[in-house]
Design a binder for this molecule. Sequence first.
Ligand SMILES: Nc1nc2c(ncn2[C@@H]2O[C@H](COP(=O)(O)OP(=O)(O)OP(=O)(O)O)[C@@H](O)[C@H]2O)c(=O)[nH]1
Length: 310
Amino acid sequence: MAASQLKQRVLIIDDQKSNLKILSDILRDEVELILAQDGEQGIRKATEFAPDLILLDVVMPGIDGFEVIRQLKQDPSTYLIPVIFITSLNDVAHEEQGLLLGACDYINKPFHAAVVMARVKLHLQLARQRLMLEQLANIDPLTAVANRRKYQEVLDRQWRDACRKRSCLSLVMVDVDNFKMYNDHYGHAAGDRVLQQVALTLAAELRRPYDFIARYGGEEFVIILPDTPADDSFRIIEGCRAAILQLQIPHQATGGCLSISAGGYSCWPEQPDESISAFALKQADDLLYQAKRQGKNRVLWTTAAIEIQG
Ligand SMILES: Nc1nc2c(ncn2[C@@H]2O[C@H](COP(=O)(O)OP(=O)(O)OP(=O)(O)O)[C@@H](O)[C@H]2O)c(=O)[nH]1
C-alpha cells in the first residue's frame, strides 16, 4: 500500500475517559488512534509510536499539557510532531501560552465534531506534505538513493549509536572506474543511466535494515555498514564489486566491462565527534585512491590494526 494511503496516527492525551471516547468516536474512521490518560504516558507513547499529530488536553493531574508540550519540543524524536491543544480554558492568555510553546492549533471544549475533524484533517495534511518535502530534500534525484546531506545526518546518528554500543562501524567510498571515458564514448545520458544502474545494484547488495548508501557526488557513492564485523563488511563490498561486474555493461573505451573501486575503513567509535568521523571517511577515501592507483576494479580495506586486500 502506498504511504499516502496508510492511515495517519493521532495520539490523544486526556485524563477524562469521556473526552477520549468522544474524540475517538469522531476520528476513529479516519485515523489510527493511540490513547493516553496522563502527561507521562502521553510523552512515552509519543516517543514510542511517533504519531503524525497529538491532541493534548491542557488541564491534567500530574504534569499538565503545557509541561507535556515543553518536553515534547525538547526531544529531537518528538519536536516536529504537531500538537493541537484541546481545552475548556477559553481565555486568550492560555491560548497564547499554548501557541507560544509550539502548539499549532487550539480546539475548545465542548467539542463540535465537524470542527475537530476539519482541524485534524488540515494538520494531518500539512504533516504529510512536510514529510514529503523532507524526503525529497534527502534524495538524490538522478539515482533515487539518499543524498550527501542525508548521509551526514545518518552518519552522525549511527556514529553515536556505535559509541554507545561499542560496536564496529564501517565507512566505504565507492567510485565508478573510468567514468569520464564512459561519458565521452557513450554520451552523458548513457552515463546517467549507468549511475542509476550502479546505485540500484549497490543498494540491492546491502540487505540489513541499517546498512545505508548515499550518492556522495558525481560518480562516487558512500556506504555505511553499522554493527558489522570488519571482515563481513569487506565481503559485502567485494559482493558489490562483483555484482557491478556481473552487470556486464560494455565499456569499449577500456576494452572491458564497467567496474567500481572501493576503499573501506572499519572502526570502533568512542566519541561522538564529527571531526573523528570525517577522519574515518578520509581513511576510506585514501584507500579508494590507492585502489585506483593499483589498477582499479578492486576493494582495499583497513581497520585500526589489520589491512586486508582483495
Ligand atoms: N553522466 C554523468 N556523469 C557524471 C555525473 N557526475 C559526474 N560525472 C562525470 O564523471 C566523470 C568522473 O571523471 P574522473 O573523476 O576523471 O574519474 P574517472 O574517469 O572515473 O577516472 P577514475 O576515477 O580514475 O577511474 C567526469 O567526467 C564527470 O563529468 C553525472 O551525474 N552524470
